[in-house]
Structures are given as structure tokens and as C-alpha cells.
Design a protein around this ligand. Sequence first.
Ligand SMILES: NC(=O)c1ccc[n+]([C@@H]2O[C@H](COP(=O)([O-])OP(=O)(O)OC[C@H]3O[C@@H](n4cnc5c(N)ncnc54)[C@H](OP(=O)(O)O)[C@@H]3O)[C@@H](O)[C@H]2O)c1
Length: 321
Amino acid sequence: MRAVRIHEFGGPEVLKLDDIERPVPAPDEVLVKVYASGINPVDWVMRNGAMRSFLTLPLTLGCDAAGIVEEIGSQVTSFQPGDAVYGVANFFSNGTYAEYCAAKATQFAPKPKGLSFTQAAGVPLAALTAWTGLFEYGKLRAGQRVLIQGASGGVGSFAVQFAKAKGAYVIGTASAQNLAYLTQIGADEVMDYTSQNVADLVHEMDVVLEASPLRDNKERLKAVRLLKEGGILVSVNTDLPFSDEVTEALSAKQARGELAANQPQREWLEEIAQLIDEGRVQVWVSQVFPLEEVAQAHRQSESWHVRGKLVLEVVNQAQAL
Ligand SMILES: NC(=O)c1ccc[n+]([C@@H]2O[C@H](COP(=O)([O-])OP(=O)(O)OC[C@H]3O[C@@H](n4cnc5c(N)ncnc54)[C@H](OP(=O)(O)O)[C@@H]3O)[C@@H](O)[C@H]2O)c1
């Protein structure tokens, strides 16, 4: 099968299109024929070698997949060959930039019916991260106020829509060119973090979700000031611990700080698929690349200014339908 692998860590030039054996699913895994794979920043973070101590080379990159179940492991009862699915690969293992991917069946769910494989591939990791951050760590409930930083990106776009779908009041930050987009996906208020002082304009938030790539504890201190007493600051940037200053500021207002690593849960993927099929959540794919152009897709993602998602088509969409 064709697979994009790295044999060494480095820039986009280390991405190689190889011809390798298909993986064999373990008893608790499904083998998915991958039609499309989403691009996530963690893909190029792995490629660069920042997580090298967890990785074995050569490695097939890619977290997100949408495709068709080809085979099931001996213990799998939740899927049958031929099912259309979407989900995430086993983390730190061979991934989805390939014609086939073997991964735990519990990390997949039926694909949203109204989406193409290409659109569905843009959902899993970003949506699960938004869901984990808002609801598992942020405990967001109907009627609460949430500020979403980085609201136009992959994680942020889903976070805005999930929070609205659950009945929260949503304020989103983005660059000027993305403010109309935030309104279109349902944000109640939008702010340009490049020209407006968000810290002066926003108060009494129940939850602040740091879904921007900015890793800066001074910015987090400002976010704590926006929280109401007992509020929750959730960051998806788990690689930057909260500084002592941030922790002290949080405890001074009986607030909590949470670092939210995404959790791949089938029930959440099912609930997300339902929201999409009900038309309450849109999937914005800003660019689609064929597998051969993966290096270009990585360069684009590394700009940190992608609206919604970038997707790699492993199988040409016209052939997939
Ligand atoms: N914990 C986890 O499991 C997990 C999983 C996935 C991602 N993440 C992390 O979540 C963050 C977002 O990921 P993503 O996939 O959504 O990335 P993305 O699609 O590239 O989106 C990033 C967004 O951040 C905004 N942004 C860029 N620079 C900014 C700055 N200096 N200040 C504020 N906002 C800025 C951009 O908005 P504009 O273009 O409008 O400026 C962009 O839309 C990343 O740090 C990523 O590492 C964590």
C-alpha cells in the first residue's frame, strides 16, 4: 500500500511516499481503508522530532481517518467490513497518511452520513479535543459564558459550535479576516486578538478555552483575570504547564486550571456525528491536498493560520462515492 512515512526527523522534505505492507489488525482493532486523512499540527510536531522519545522510525504519520472498514480483529463486535467510519489512529503509532490503517475499534464511530469522506476526515482529532476541553475539563453547561481563543482554527471552530449547540454564550477570538467566519459558525461575540485588547473587553467568563497555538503563561494570567470566581481555564496546549504565577492567580479566585489532552471516545464521536447530521455543526475544510502533496499541506499547517481544517485525500473523492 502507499503510505507517507518519515525515516528521519526534520522539515517537510523528510516526508516520503513509500510502498509498504498493509498493517494487520490486532484482536481489538479495525483495519480501515483510508479515503481521507485530516492534517493536524501534531503531525508536523512529530515529523520535527519534538516527540522523538515516544516514536519509532520509520513511521507513518497522520491521526485522522475517514474510510471503510476492511477487516475486523477477532474481538471486535462493533463494526463489520464495509462500514463507513471516522476516527483516530493509535497515538504514537503508525497513522493514517496511508491506504490502510489499523487502530483500536473504540477510537472509531460511524461516519456522519451527510459528510463526504474528505469532510469527515477533518473532524476527529480537532473535534475530540474541543469536546474534551469544553465538557470533560471545562464542565461547560447551558447558559454559561465561554471565551474560545483561536476560535477559527481546527479545534476552535468545533469548540464554538459545540458550545453553542449545548446552549452556552460564546465569545471567540481570531484575526480580522476570520471574524465573519466566527459569526457564521455561531459565535455570539467575536474579537480580533491582533487589534483589540480582549482582556479589557471580556469579564465574568465561566470557562476560557485556550485553543490557540500561543504557549505563553503571561497570556494565561490575562485569561485568569477574565474568569469569574470559581471559573475554569482549560488549555489544550498540554506541553506547557501552568506557571506558579498562573496557579496562584487561579487559586486566588477559587478557579481551576486544566490541561486537556484529547480523549478518543466512540460515544463522543457518535454524538458529534449526530450534531453534524442535524445540521448544528458545520465542517469547514479550507483546502484539500492529494497524498503526494503532503509536504505542501504541512507547510500550510505550520503557518498556524488555517481556517477550519486541511485534508489529505488518499483516494480521489470522485472514486470514493
Ligand atoms: N491537547 C490535544 O490533544 C490537542 C489536540 C489538537 C491540537 N492541540 C493544540 O491546539 C492548538 C490549536 O490546534 P488547531 O489544530 O486548532 O490549530 P490550527 O487549526 O492551526 O488553528 C490555530 C488557530 O489559532 C489562531 N492563532 C494563530 N496564532 C495565534 C496567536 N498568536 N494568538 C491567538 N490565536 C492565534 C489562528 O487564528 P487566525 O488565523 O484567525 O489568527 C488559527 O485559526 C495547537 O496549539 C495544538 O497544538 C492540542
